[in-house]
Design a binder for this molecule. Structure first.
Ligand SMILES: NC(=O)c1ccc[n+]([C@@H]2O[C@H](COP(=O)([O-])OP(=O)(O)OC[C@H]3O[C@@H](n4cnc5c(N)ncnc54)[C@H](O)[C@@H]3O)[C@@H](O)[C@H]2O)c1
Length: 255
């Protein structure tokens, strides 16, 4: 029960890595606020978590690309749970592969809004509440932030921005007892990953290829990412801040 009586917001918390975070935090007794767009998946997961316990969950519909919606959802969470101990800025999108020639400036701006401005806004609007609990911020970035990725300049840039923000905020907020860290996953088996594979000619062999990139010969699970988020949110990581934790199953080794 490592997060008992504490409250966490997970953006995009109804599917994929966000779902893994919601499940792991709830297992540890947390009050979990699932912020996501899809009403059906969000309500379903919240109901399941409330049945299972020992923590509890609420679903608050929210498009994180609209930062006023995000601000209101953060306020609604604090009204419901009376406190906020962590925000996991997870919601994000990975567009299909596209060259720089194919990527318009407008597209870059739009992806920045969804993947990065939402992270900035999440931190910004959660801050007054995190000050009261000496809470934490966990940003879900990507290994592509440091390794790059073919035909993914827009996506990589949004993920890199999250890492820079993490380090700057850790320095700024550390004196107030607020820790800020990022998780950089490699290949995780999520709907995003499977949707991406479906855009390719041979989805099955694409999934085999990305599985083989990790030294374990498999993708990471959403729960494994949830465990890292829980560690970074809990007192067990009390001396860790400003770090970009590479949760990548050895994918970057032996280049
Ligand atoms: N899956 C991977 O291999 C992988 C690797 C590295 C980084 N990531 C990062 O992890 C995060 C989650 O990815 P995932 O694979 O779990 O994705 P996913 O698509 O499987 O799930 C993402 C969740 O976020 C929600 N979401 C997306 N846009 C949103 C918006 N505008 N407002 C509210 N909710 C929104 C989706 O509805 C969904 O619930 C992303 O930031 C992604 O960049 C994923």
């Amino acid at each position: 029960m490592r997060f008992q009586e504490r409250a966490v917001i997970v953006t995009g918390g109804s599917k994929g890595i966000g779902e893994g975070c919601s499940r792991v935090f709830c297992r540890e007794g947390a009050m979990v606020s699932i912020l996501a767009r899809g009403e059906e998946a969000g309500m379903k997961l919240a109901a399941e978590l409330n049945n299972k316990g020992p923590g509890r969950a609420v679903f608050i519909p929210c498009d994180v690309g609209d930062h006023q919606q995000l601000r209101k959802a953060i306020e609604a969470t604090v009204q419901t749970f009376g406190r906020l101990d962590c925000i996991v800025n997870n919601a994000g999108q990975h567009p299909p592969a596209m060259s720089l020639d194919e990527t318009t400036v407008e597209f870059m701006q739009e992806l920045m809004r969804i993947n990065y401005i939402s992270t900035f806004a999440g931190a910004r609007y959660a801050l007054p509440h995190l000050r009261k609990t000496r809470g934490t911020i966990v940003n879900i970035s990507s290994m592509t932030a440091v390794l790059g990725q073919d035909k993914s300049s827009a996506y990589c840039a949004t993920k890199g921005a999250q890492v820079s923000l993490t380090k700057a905020l850790a320095k700024e907020l550390g004196p107030e007892g607020i820790r800020v860290n990022a998780i950089l996953p490699s290949n995780i088996d999520t709907p995003l990953m499977r949707d991406w594979a479906a855009t390719l000619d041979d989805p099955e062999s694409a999934l085999e290829r990305v599985s083989a990139m990790q030294v374990f010969g498999r993708m990471g699970t959403i729960e494994e990412m949830g465990e890292v988020a829980l560690f970074l949110a809990s007192d067990e990581s009390s001396f860790i801040t400003g770090q970009a934790i590479e949760a990548e199953g050895g994918a970057s080794l032996d280049y």
